[in-house]
Design a protein around this ligand. Structure first.
Ligand code: MG
Ligand code: MG
Length: 261
């Protein structure tokens, strides 16, 4: 069942989403060559707690970090630690915050120093996939419309859309129904209704969409072919007025794709 949230619950999620957004902005500003992912993790935890939130990932099924930090060919679920960012890297930063009983979940991928043009293009397209998908989050649309918006844009530019990892419902739990593939056929699946909330997270690769799980730590997920992967995520609510991007920085995201992404 897809759990619908009341107006008041959405407003609470928006308050938490502001913390998530500000944390990601803070981390992005601290990304530079020489910084370790463990340092970013500690900064994030302190930041989130200072605003009255808790880092939802910490202890989630035993995950040791407050954030996921996934460089280069790592798609998601990187454990923060001794990895030191270097010029030309990209780093996916994924943050989940629990605030007043609700979770918001958001991610961005940041270029470290100077990156190749092809890498910049991958980041831009992945961000555009998230914007396109968020634009579908309206009453009367169907679940398949969201994934389709991602797939059509990414594949039209020759990228791979990761299939084994999905977007998801989010609310009192980080992972609620539905599981939402980042591909799909338009006009299929459940109809969207006001109050539904989704963490939409396209994972787009420069190569194929096959994945490999690191059997040393059991968490890190890489592209199987070693190609670069980008990951952007927002928590988005369906409202009668259109998409409400709960993890967007101010001005708030009513109406969807305006404002700062
Ligand atoms: Mg996330
Ligand atoms: Mg997520």
């Amino acid at each position: 069942m897809i759990i619908r949230k009341s107006k008041g619950e959405l407003e609470t999620m928006r308050e938490g989403g502001k913390i998530t957004a500000a944390c990601l902005r803070f981390l992005t500003r601290n990304v530079s060559p020489g910084v370790t992912t463990g340092q970013l993790d500690r900064m994030a935890e302190e930041f989130i707690r200072s605003f009255g939130g808790t880092p939802e990932f910490k202890g989630y099924q035993g995950f040791p970090g407050s954030i996921c930090a996934s460089p280069n060919a790592m798609i998601v679920h990187g454990i923060p630690g001794s990895y030191r960012l270097k010029d030309g890297d990209i780093i996916s930063l994924d943050v989940g915050v629990r605030f007043e009983g609700f979770v918001t979940d958001s991610a961005t991928t940041v270029a470290v120093g100077d990156v190749a043009k092809a890498t910049e293009d991958l980041l831009l397209t992945t961000r555009q996939c998230l914007i396109a998908a968020s634009g579908q989050v309206r009453p009367g649309k169907r679940l398949g419309d969201i994934g389709n918006a991602i797939q059509v844009l990414a594949e039209s530019r020759g990228y791979g859309v990761v299939r084994d990892l999905v977007s998801h419902g989010v609310g009192r739990k980080m992972h609620e129904e539905p599981q939402l593939p980042n591909y799909g056929r338009p006009g299929t699946g459940p109809r969207l209704q006001a109050g539904m909330t989704f963490a939409i997270e396209p994972m787009i690769t420069l190569g194929s969409y096959d994945i490999r799980i690191d059997d040393r730590d059991g968490w890190s997920i890489y592209t199987a072919d070693g190609s670069l992967s980008a990951h952007f995520e927002h928590t988005v609510a369906v409202t009668e007025d259109g998409p409400w991007v709960l993890t967007q920085e101010e001005p708030n995201g009513v109406g969807g794709t305006g404002g700062v992404w």
